[in-house]
Design a protein around this ligand. Structure first.
Ligand SMILES: C[S@@+](CC[C@H](N)C(=O)[O-])C[C@H]1O[C@@H](n2cnc3c(N)ncnc32)[C@H](O)[C@@H]1O
Length: 421
């Protein structure tokens, strides 16, 4: 058997070292052979040695600039390495050489999106669709792209196309449910959430939203739903809530306290601390600050701010039941919108509160009792909160109306409470 056939055999059987030696021997006799260089590049690529593979693919394109697969593989490697500008250049070159290859445009679209070049990403996906009009993954990605750009009508159009082709496409249904819900197309949203419950896909979210849209008030949003929502949101939470939605509840709660109580607190518990915005707002006001939250993603962001003495991944009631610490200040900023029935929390907070301990929190509004509202959050009537405060042994020191955050450019109003144990 000749050396080339033997080397290929080594490569096919996964013997990297022998295959490399074989190619090196072959290249010694013919060092500018682009095909041989391409095979060496592939050998490195298949064995996960991306740096070496990139070096060899680059050599191939310098020897044979029209070698489209080498450009394409360079694109794949640079993308993998997070070098999206060079990945885009490589895919562009491959696309120029193979204008009918949908895979190249698909990868180029993903790369353009990573670069924040959404219009270019859009036209790349359009090119793939022109080549393969039925490509489900392209229609789906176009839906996601439009959703990210808040072009809801276009996004719905693409997801509907996906579902036409594949009625059980769980991710497309999930996005459609969300979009119809946001667009207040209640009947359509309900139909999709019902389908998701049957498919058992993201069913905790779907059943919570079904309850919200059909006027059924449950005791609290499911923990798994809370975790999924906030884990996916954690990276952009601060920017999105504070900068875009005008959220200042932690600072407003601190102001409420500033007018009433000037003590420095020995121990504070931030319940549903999220990314630590209350930690920032209450900095300097407490000796010891403990945070808890259901979402590991939110806690990770909070941890990086180095404001908390400890952070705990848990739900509020479990923490309070297990804790032996007596706290002087409790904060729950924009958390009770995810919990309807606050009875147990009030009882447990009172049990863990030091004499005269302060309990600060915000709520959205309801006519009476507590109510799960159509957008999936709970509102609480002031009379309900006052009743709970009385039953669990708190005095209501202050209640003020507040703008909590914007939704579709309108303020959502609520109440801020300061109670004393
Ligand atoms: C809207 S964010 C508010 C975060 C933070 N307090 C702030 O003001 O930015 C609500 C947070 O409450 C958490 N959360 C909701 N229900 C919870 C529960 N039962 N126990 C613990 N954390 C909860 C969520 O994971 C989320 O991080």
């Amino acid at each position: 058997m000749d050396l080339f056939a033997q080397t290929q055999r080594y490569q096919q059987s996964g013997d990297f070292e022998q295959a490399l030696t074989g190619y090196q021997d072959l290249l010694a006799a013919d060092q500018d052979n682009p095909q041989l260089s391409y095979l060496v590049a592939l050998l490195f690529f298949e064995n996960g040695k991306l740096g070496e593979a990139a070096r060899w693919f680059t050599r191939v394109v310098s020897l044979a600039p029209e070698a489209a697969p080498a450009h394409y593989n360079l694109g794949v490697i640079f993308f993998e390495q997070g070098d999206y500008s060079r990945a885009a250049q490589a895919y562009e070159e491959a696309a120029r050489l193979c204008p009918e290859d949908g895979d190249i445009f698909f990868n180029l679209a993903l790369t353009r999106k990573k670069l924040g070049q959404f219009d270019k990403a859009f036209s790349c996906y359009q090119k793939v669709l022109a080549i393969t009009p039925d490509a489900e993954d392209v229609l789906y990605n176009l839906g996601v792209l439009c959703k990210d750009l808040h072009h809801h009508a276009d996004s719905i159009w693409f997801f509907e196309k996906v579902v036409e082709k594949n009625p059980d496409h769980a991710q497309a249904l999930n996005n459609l449910g969300y979009l119809y819900h946001m667009e207040r197309e209640v009947d359509k949203a309900i139909a999709i959430y019902r389908q998701l419950v049957v498919l058992d896909h993201n069913a905790c979210m779907a059943s919570h939203m079904l309850a919200a849209l059909t006027g059924t008030t449950t005791a609290a949003a499911p923990d798994a739903y809370i975790r999924a929502v906030f884990d996916s949101f954690s990276e952009h939470y601060d920017e999105s809530l504070v900068e875009k939605l005008g959220y200042t509840t932690p600072a407003q709660l601190r102001e409420l306290l500033a007018g009433r109580d000037s003590r420095r607190f020995p121990a504070t518990l931030d319940m549903g601390c999220g990314t630590g915005l209350s930690g920032e707002a209450f900095e300097g006001l407490t000796e010891k600050l403990i945070g808890l939250d259901l979402s590991p993603g939110m806690l990770e962001v909070a941890g990086k701010k180095r404001l908390y003495d400890s952070l705990h991944e848990t739900d509020i009631c479990s923490f309070l039941r297990a804790s032996r610490i007596s706290f002087d200040l409790f904060i729950a900023a924009d958390v009770f919108v995810y919990i309807g029935d606050l009875n147990e929390i009030f009882t447990l907070v009172k049990e863990r509160a030091a004499e005269g301990g302060i309990f600060l929190f915000s709520t959205e509004l309801a006519d009476q009792g507590f109510r799960l509202q159509p957008m999936g959050r709970y509102g609480h009537a002031e009379s309900y909160i006052r009743g709970l405060a009385r039953e669990s042994g708190f005095s209501v020191i202050k209640v003020v109306a507040a703008n909590i955050r914007k939704e579709k450019e309108e303020w959502i109003t609520g109440n801020l409470y300061m109670l004393r144990a």
